[in-house]
Design a protein around this ligand. Structure first.
Ligand SMILES: Cc1cc2nc3c(=O)[nH]c(=O)nc-3n(C[C@H](O)[C@H](O)[C@H](O)COP(=O)(O)OP(=O)(O)OC[C@H]3O[C@@H](n4cnc5c(N)ncnc54)[C@H](O)[C@@H]3O)c2cc1C
Length: 704
């Protein structure tokens, strides 16, 4: 029943929607014409202790919360973001009771942990007679609707996703930013009194006393996290003293302020996001001719070749529908040709995000691992998630074989001896972001191309460092890159020296993030281990001393991975198969392919010496064209996500497919159109010169 106008006391619960513009849930809440309005952000201990989150992402979140609080205050000087702490299953209901709240409003979260949390909070509130006002707003289309249109099955390709949304009309228009917000009035008061509001909740039990923090803190340094100090955040229910409900500090989360020596910090906040988008829109041709495969991965957050809006989208600082419609409007102002479309154009990027979210919603929590995941092909990866007899994931993960652990650690720390991988991983750690194709290269390296380590490990490491970490996009893309789902051409790999050289012969990113290589000649910038002793001396970089020797043989391991992938593809075992569920799949695979584990690595390896077996071709070889040896390597125009989409019923025995057959196979399943168009598009551009300036800028440099 609709409340009497002016009688509702609404608690608006902000989570991944840290904005006031383009917020359908906020608009719905304000349509109740509330008498009192409490804009709450509750710091959930799940993210503090159970989800891997590094200091940079926490800092970004805290800045975004402060920005939101400032925006609220601009609209109503008596109001602010009311930050509380505690398990939301309990805390939200307690706040409602203390402040006599009649309605709780929020943007729905159909993602991962958010889904279960919301169901439980909803149940608790409904039991207490509190009304819920909610709707979707984190994606272009309501994910529930998309799912329904797709028969509640995952949208395993862009074409399946596009088909599902084809009858949903255009992306809904963004809602207006509210012009006013009601006061957060304590019960019985006509005037805002923050201290009184605080006193009302001060007697609630703080989490650190009841029930206490969880036993395992995945963000603590002893589990590879970035927490060195004590968490004091949960000593109280909210910040008190002179500034009640203030945004907490990083220190109270037990984390040190990150150093920003390599890049300017990526600052959080909706106002920063809107300014960034406005700046991008000043150059309509940038958005109109945006073609993802042509954007250079050899760029950093100081001058990225892509928008760098992902962290803002992740935290909801930027409304996705606002971004979509602004892009559409801006594109109309572009006068020249070369306008790009789905999938490689800007709208395509946003649709991929939705596609992964719809898949995640269809599969559920199992989407984030192999076991139980009906979309994920099973491979006997090294270092997979471990489960106990009851099927519960063991946290922290027990150590696996030493060689793979060593490789994983080298990958995470950016010390693999492959500069392209190392520069990208160091940038991830030091700046919190990586270009999409850097993510491609590092993800393929860890999984199907070189290390054969489970994508679950890669997703976990990314989740710690990425500012834009999003459960659906992260797990979905990791499955794609490991050829576990969405993409099946596992034999197409990224050359560790040849791929980056196609974008940047000079090695900008490597010289910046691996300063020990800054004087290495261009020719060796992506394969410094091929320098002679004299060349190493001259470059002031002794391999094995100043910079690590490669941790593995690129070619040997590629072959090993191809064999293992080929074997896996033939078995056609999915993550929800009985053998995977009961834990017998690994043994079955090992018996089948005959490779013992981990004896494979006991040949005596030469990690510290310059390996004479290192066969990665120097960068300049790549510039002469694709050699016979690396004809299966991915070309820049082929990196676009759409190029090698899986057919939904893909039963291809990929081991038997030759690279030369790809064109024919794509034409047959109708999925290759995007790639042909985009390849043709780039040729057209370079021949006629049309749009060349834009494409050059995207390839060469970045967008400030
Ligand atoms: C292994 C791997 C893991 C990834 N993990 C994440 C993640 O946790 N969070 C995340 O937002 N993106 C993830 N991506 C996708 C993509 O790399 C980033 O969204 C993109 O690089 C962010 O930079 P940008 O904002 O400049 O992107 P732009 O190219 O400017 O694209 C605009 C927006 O489109 C969306 N987008 C673009 N590409 C993708 C994609 N492939 N999948 C989903 N959304 C996309 C993002 O919201 C992005 O901000 C991952 C990609 C890979 C290969």
């Amino acid at each position: 029943m609709a409340p009497k106008a002016g009688s509702a006391r609404v608690l608006y619960w902000f989570r991944t929607d840290l904005r006031l513009h383009d917020s359908p849930a906020l608009a719905k809440a304000l349509a109740l014409s509330p008498k009192a309005f409490f804009p709450v952000f509750n710091f959930d201990p799940h993210y503090a202790f159970e989800q891997a989150v590094g200091a940079r992402r926490f800092r970004f979140l805290l800045e975004s919360m402060q920005d939101l609080s400032d925006e609220i205050r601009k609209i109503n000087k008596n109001s602010q973001l009311l930050v509380t702490r505690g398990d939301p299953r309990r805390r939200i209901k307690e706040l409602c009771e203390k402040w006599e709240v009649t309605h709780v409003a929020f943007e729905e979260d159909h993602n991962d942990y958010g889904r279960t949390r919301d169901a439980e909070v909803r149940q608790a509130l409904e039991k207490a007679g509190i009304e819920i006002v909610s709707c979707e707003g984190h994606h272009l289309y309501p994910i529930k609707e998309v799912l329904k249109k797709n028969g509640n099955k995952p949208t395993t390709s862009m074409s399946a996703y596009q088909k599902a949304i084809s009858s949903l009309g255009d992306v809904p228009k963004p809602t207006e930013t509210p012009k006013s917000l009601p006061d957060p009035l304590a019960p019985g008061s006509d005037k805002v009194d923050m201290k009184k509001l605080f006193q009302l909740v001060d007697d609630l039990a703080p989490l650190n006393k009841d029930p206490g923090p969880p036993e395992v803190d995945v963000n603590h340094e002893k589990h590879g996290g970035q927490r060195h100090g004590d968490v004091t955040l949960y000593d109280t229910v909210a910040e008190k003293e002179s500034d009640p409900f203030a945004v907490p500090t990083l220190k109270s989360l037990g984390m040190d302020e990150p150093q920003d020596n390599m890049c300017k910090p990526i600052r959080g906040g909706s106002s920063v996001a809107l300014k960034r988008l406005d700046d991008l829109c000043k150059d309509p041709s940038y958005l109109a001719t945006f073609a993802k495969p042509q954007t250079s991965p050899s760029t950093d957050p100081d001058a990225p070749s892509t928008t760098l809006l992902s962290p803002y989208i992740k935290f909801g600082c930027l409304g996705i529908r606002y971004f979509w419609h602004k892009t559409k409007e801006t594109k109309k102002k572009h006068k020249g040709g070369g306008v790009t479309d789905i999938p490689e154009g800007m709208e395509g990027q946003l649709l991929f995000r939705d596609m992964y979210a719809a898949c995640e919603a269809a599969i559920g929590d199992a989407f984030h691992g192999v076991r139980g995941n009906s979309m994920a092909k099973y491979f006997d990866w090294y270092l997979p998630d471990a489960y106990d007899d009851k099927g519960n994931k063991i946290v922290p993960r027990p150590r696996g074989d030493e060689e793979s652990e060593k490789r994983l650690a080298a990958w995470e720390s950016g010390t693999t001896g492959f500069p392209w991988i190392d520069a990208n991983m160091r940038m991830l750690r030091q700046c919190g972001w990586m270009h999409h194709l850097g993510r491609h290269s590092t993800a393929a390296f860890l999984t199907r191309a070189q290390c054969f380590i489970s994508w679950e490990r890669g997703a976990e490491v990314y989740s710690k460092y990425l500012l834009d970490w999003d459960p659906s996009s992260n797990s979905g893309n990791w499955m794609w890159l490991s050829a576990t789902a969405f993409f099946s051409q596992f034999f197409r790999v990224y050359g560790l020296a040849t791929f980056p050289a196609k974008y940047d012969k000079d090695g900008y990113l490597v010289r910046k993030f691996c300063p020990e290589l800054k004087d290495v000649p261009k020719k060796y910038i992506y394969s410094p281990h091929l320098m002679s002793d004299a060349e190493q001396k001259q470059a002031k970089c002794i391999i094995g001393k100043d910079y690590p020797a490669p941790i593995l043989d690129e070619k040997e391991e590629k072959q090993h991975c191809l064999d293992r992938m080929g074997y896996g593809y033939k078995q056609k075992l999915m993550g929800d198969a009985k053998e995977v569920m009961n834990g017998s799949a690994e043994d079955k695979f090992r018996k089948g392919h005959g490779i013992p584990h981990p004896a494979l690595f006991e040949k005596g390896r030469q990690d510290k010496k310059i390996p004479d077996w290192a066969k990665a071709p120097p960068a300049d070889e790549a510039l002469d064209g694709v050699s016979k040896e690396n004809k299966d390597e991915i070309e820049p125009h082929e990196t676009d996500n759409h190029d090698h989409e899986d057919n939904e019923n893909d039963e291809t025995d990929a081991k038997d497919v030759k690279a030369e057959d790809i064109g024919a196979a794509d034409a047959e399943n109708g999925e290759g159109e995007g790639s042909k168009e985009s390849a043709a598009g780039s040729k057209r551009k370079s021949k006629s010169g049309e749009g060349e300036g834009d494409s050059k800028r995207q390839k060469k440099g970045g967008k400030k």
